[in-house]
Design a protein. Structure first.
Length: 60
């Protein structure tokens, strides 16, 4: 079913746009705007910081 046909018949299930229009007007889940990307990659950045700290501490 095409997107236009789905919208016409009320079958569109996507979530509406989020309220971070200060950052990006086209923000959706897993968006490419900086706000969503920072939120999505927070866990990985913290993990990498811990790994780098361990490497530095174990070298001495």
């Amino acid at each position: 079913m095409s997107l236009n046909k789905a919208i016409e018949h009320g079958k569109e299930k996507r979530k509406p746009y989020r309220n971070v229009k200060k950052v990006s007007k086209l923000c959706r889940n897993h968006g490419a705007c900086s706000w969503c990307e920072e939120n999505r990659t927070y866990k990985n950045r913290k993990r990498m910081a811990g790994v780098k700290y361990e490497i530095i501490c174990n070298k001495t």
